[in-house]
Design a protein around this ligand. Structure first.
Ligand code: PNS
Length: 164
């Protein structure tokens, strides 16, 4: 039984994330999407909201489960008996930071491999920040987020923007 972790902030989930999760689910028996609970980082969506959106967006993928985590990613991976961390690489700009994290994780626990999947070309430019910015300014975010959670994301972006 091979388990992989797909970690991230998912603030909120995008089609780019979903693409990586789906492709990882074909390579591993089980994929755990690990949603970071980071007290220092101000997210627009609460941990509960981010988990809920991911659950809806991945409802049709049987071997995917969603979980929140805090602390070190390698500790979470070990606790879940995962052998790999799977991440998407969009562009050269992602590389340095991702490489740094992968090498740190390898030093912390050499039993957990980091694997990179190249992002599909249509998602190269996509990020949660872009989705929030476009949504906040009233633009159409349909091309960027899973259809089943589109309305929820739009209304929460509007709600959150009023509170900021
Ligand atoms: O979507 P993000 O914000 O790029 O995800 C970053 C994430 C969650 C993968 C990263 O912040 C992380 O692994 N955090 C856990 C803390 C940790 O393990 N740090 C040591 C490795 S750098």
């Amino acid at each position: 039984m091979k388990t992989a972790i797909c970690p991230g902030s998912f603030d909120p989930v995008t089609l780019g994330h979903l693409d990586i999760i789906k492709r990882a689910s074909k390579l591993f028996d089980k994929v755990i999407v690990a949603v970071l609970l980071n007290m220092d980082k101000k997210t627009w969506f609460t941990i509960g909201e981010r988990i809920d959106l991911l659950k809806k967006a991945t409802a049709d993928i049987p071997n995917v489960e969603i979980a929140g985590f805090e602390g070190l990613l390698v500790d979470f991976a070990r606790q879940k008996e995962a052998c790999a961390i799977v991440k998407g690489l969009r562009a050269v700009s992602d590389f340095e930071y991702e490489f740094q994290m992968a090498l740190t994780n390898m030093k912390l626990d050499s039993g957990v491999e980091t694997m990179f999947l190249t992002t599909s070309s249509e998602n190269m430019y996509l990020s949660s920040s872009i989705v929030k910015q476009v949504g906040l300014l009233g633009g159409d975010i349909k091309p960027f987020v899973p259809e089943c959670v589109h309305d929820e994301i739009v209304s929460r972006i509007k709600q959150r923007s009023r509170l900021r």
